[in-house]
Design a protein around this ligand. Structure first.
Ligand SMILES: C[S@@+](CC[C@H](N)C(=O)[O-])C[C@H]1O[C@@H](n2cnc3c(N)ncnc32)[C@H](O)[C@@H]1O
Length: 261
């Protein structure tokens, strides 16, 4: 394995499991969570898997794979996590070369999952109505594409999804909506979906789910799946064996998948 070179983006994983993304650029700078560091001087020639000490803390150098990009990303709006993003990707059948629309971009959490599977000829179109959220989301998307040397096409339209619907292409393979109001968005964009394409809605509360189901049915879409995914982590018990970890059993959102036929 060759050593790290100028311009490369890598992840530093602390002993607490926290991940920090760093691009090998020259010059001392203050990096949140790492202190003052000259990334190029500190990391040049080192290899993924090696450890470095920064002050009293030890970090492991890791390649910037999806979990590292998600762990080290900037956050403004709430993100869609691996549990729900993975389900959407599979149940909407999203893969190489697809054209995918997402609204809103938010912090770009879902975008990173999508960009990882769309391949070199895929096209992700994000819509976001808040400039500040778009700034964070686009920073995360650009960091990921650079780290992966990805050539997936990505564009972001700033505006309300309903108002910009006319600018969207016809024949979109998949649409994912993570918005406070799904109904207006479903009405505005479902006509852009390909025959056999699917729309996914991320609905934190059940009233949103119900409204989204009604809107999809009225738009002539067939409900494929509606529900919630539960996730429970296990760890080693102090006296041996494995057991579910203590802690709250959290809720993220209700998910809806609807098909255009
Ligand atoms: C929960 S966040 C999306 C998070 C994103 N899915 C992620 O994983 O990082 C919802 C975003 O939708 C944006 N939004 C809300 N209403 C919108 C609309 N009508 N059109 C476009 N964007 C909208 C918000 O500004 C916010 O950034």
């Amino acid at each position: 394995m060759t050593g790290l070179v100028e311009g490369q983006t890598i992840a530093l994983r602390g002993e607490d499991g926290k991940t920090h993304l760093l691009t090998l650029e020259g010059g001392s700078r203050k990096v949140k969570g790492l202190g003052v560091i000259d990334p190029l001087l500190t990391l040049s020639g080192k290899k993924p898997g090696e450890s470095i000490n920064l002050g009293v803390r030890t970090f492991t150098i890791l390649p910037p794979r999806l979990p590292e990009l998600i762990g080290g990303m900037k956050r403004s709006a709430q993100t869609i996590s691996a549990k729900d993003a993975g389900f959407f990707i599979t149940r909407l059948g999203i893969g190489e070369n697809d054209v995918v629309l997402e609204a809103g971009l938010g912090s770009g959490g879902l975008s990173l999952h999508l960009l990882r599977v769309l391949g070199s000829n895929g096209n992700l179109i994000s819509v976001e109505n808040r400039e500040d959220h778009a700034q964070t989301g686009l920073f995360n998307v650009e960091t990921a594409l650079k780290a992966w040397a990805g050539t997936t096409q990505h564009s972001c339209i700033i505006g309300d999804i309903v108002e910009v619907a006319e600018q969207l292409p016809q024949d979109i393979d998949a649409i994912i909506l993570d918005l406070p109001d799904h109904v207006a968005a479903i009405n505005a964009v479902s006509g852009r979906l390909k025959q056999g394409g699917r729309i996914g809605c991320y609905c934190p509360v059940s009233s949103q789910l119900e409204a989204a189901i009604e809107a999809c049915e009225q738009a002539g879409l067939k409900i494929d799946w509606a529900g919630e995914l539960m996730q429970r982590e296990w760890s080693r018990a102090s006296k041996g064996g494995m057991r579910p970890v203590n802690g709250p059993f959290g809720h993220t959102a209700f998910l809806l998948v609807a098909l255009k036929i």
